[in-house]
Structure formats: structure tokens, C-alpha cells
Design a protein around this ligand. Structure first.
Ligand code: HEM
Length: 203
């Protein structure tokens, strides 16, 4: 699973299909400084990538099947407009979500990474949601629900980080680096949301 990202339908990281982000590398540096993201965090994330890589299917299932599916105002975004399941949509976006875990941990945070941050954010807004999988579902995921759900990602990732027998201190370092990355990513996504659609409507 996920050994070859090229096999993932709709996964277009680093390809010419992806627009250049409006956030610059200077913006990224500023956010890294604001959040206190260091080279130690980069190393911890690489270790986290090694720890998580065989578990990503289980982790995304945990988030989506065990948590989101039980919360109607969240579950509807992966369903048809009448509320019926859309299994292919779910399965395809699950694969890309799984790859995102690996990318978060192992990719260099460079221009390609920034560009794909913008692309993923757009795929939650009315600019691009539903298009990758050619489905008819809700027009966007509210930004506020995404930010709120980060608390769930951060809490639930910890046991997976601890699952390969690393010391408490190593697990704690991986977890802190993960949380900093989440904050950087949400700061970047907020720019995309502010720039998309009618001002403030997709909050
Ligand atoms: C907590 C932060 C979140 C992260 C990091 C995240 C990450 C991702 C990623 C990586 C993808 C695949 C992007 C792609 O299409 O290539 C995705 C897609 C998707 N996510 Fe999220 N997500 C988050 C929150 C949520 C929430 C709260 C919901 C709604 C309950 C949600 C619903 C969706 C849907 C419906 C898609 C498919 C979008 C499309 O039509 O292309 N996401 N997400």
C-alpha cells in the first residue's frame, strides 16, 4: 500500500497540473519561525514517516470511518447530496489522504510542497472540491471544521507514533513536530480559503 504514489488516482504532487502557490517560500520561512519549527523537527518527522508508513491505511480509516462517519455534519462531505454513501469517492480520497500523511513526514517543505498545500486546500473549497473524482457532493468543507478536526488528528496520531517501540522522548519529539506541521499547514490553508469564493463564505 502506497509504495508507489503514482498509482494513486488524482494524486498530482509536483506535476505541471499544479499551480504555483500564492504563499511564497518567505511566507513558509516566516511560519516555520512563528511555530518554532527546527531541523530537529524535520528529523523527528522523518522518523515519524518511518514509524507511520505501514499504518496509514489504518490511520485514515480511524479518522474517516470511526470518527467522521459518525458526525453527520462532517460525514456529508464524502457523500452524495442526498446523504447516500459514495464509496468510490471515499476510497479514492482516502488513498490521497494516506499519501498526505507520508508527504507530511517525508517531503522537503519546498515550493512543490507549498504548491500542493494550496492544491489540497482548494480541493476542500468550492474551487476544486468534487472535481478530482468527478462526483456531486457538498460544494466545500467549512474551514472552521477543518481547523477543529486538527485536534482529533493530533490526539489520535500519538498511539500510532508509539507503536514501533520508540522511547517516550522520541515519541514526544515526533508528536511535537507533527503538531507544528499541522499548524503550518492550517496557516497556509487559511490563505487559500480567504482567497477563494465569496469572501468568508466558506468559513
Ligand atoms: C484536519 C485537517 C484535514 C486534513 C489535513 C485533510 C487532508 C485531506 C487530504 C490530503 C485530502 C486529499 C486531497 C486530494 O483530493 O488530493 C482530503 C480530501 C478530502 N477531505 Fe480532508 N482533510 C482535513 C479535514 C477534513 C474534514 C474535517 C473533512 C470533512 C469532514 C474533510 C473532507 C474531505 C473531503 C470530502 C475530501 C475530498 C475532496 C475532493 O473532493 O477532492 N477533510 N483531505
Amino acid at each position: 500500500m502506497n509504495s508507489n504514489a503514482n498509482d494513486i488516482s488524482g494524486y498530482t504532487y509536483g506535476t505541471p497540473a499544479i499551480a504555483v502557490s500564492s504563499a511564497t517560500l518567505n511566507d513558509l520561512q516566516r511560519l516555520k519561525t512563528s511555530v518554532g519549527f527546527t531541523e530537529d523537527d524535520e528529523r523527528s518527522l522523518l522518523l515519524a514517516g518511518f514509524v507511520l508508513k505501514d499504518d496509514v491505511e489504518r490511520i485514515v480509516k480511524h479518522w474517516r470511518a470511526n470518527i467522521i462517519a459518525g458526525i453527520p455534519h462532517l460525514a456529508k462531505h464524502s457523500r452524495n447530496l442526498d446523504g447516500s454513501p459514495s464509496p468510490d469517492y471515499l476510497a479514492r480520497s482516502n488513498r490521497r489522504f494516506e499519501q498526505w500523511i507520508i508527504d507530511t513526514c517525508t517531503r522537503t517543505y519546498d515550493q512543490d510542497w507549498l504548491n500542493y498545500q494550496q492544491e489540497i486546500a482548494l480541493r476542500h473549497t468550492s474551487v476544486k472540491k468534487n472535481q478530482t473524482d468527478n462526483v456531486v457532493s457538498t460544494p466545500y468543507v467549512p474551514y472552521s471544521d477543518i481547523v477543529a478536526f486538527v485536534a482529533v488528528l493530533n490526539e489520535t496520531i500519538k498511539p500510532y507514533l508509539a507503536a514501533k517501540g520508540h522511547t517516550e522522548s522520541e515519541v514526544s519529539s515526533m508528536h511535537k513536530a507533527w503538531i507544528k506541521s499541522m499548524h503550518i499547514q492550517m496557516a497556509l490553508w487559511s490563505k487559500t480559503y480567504m482567497e477563494s469564493g465569496e469572501h468568508g463564505k466558506e468559513w
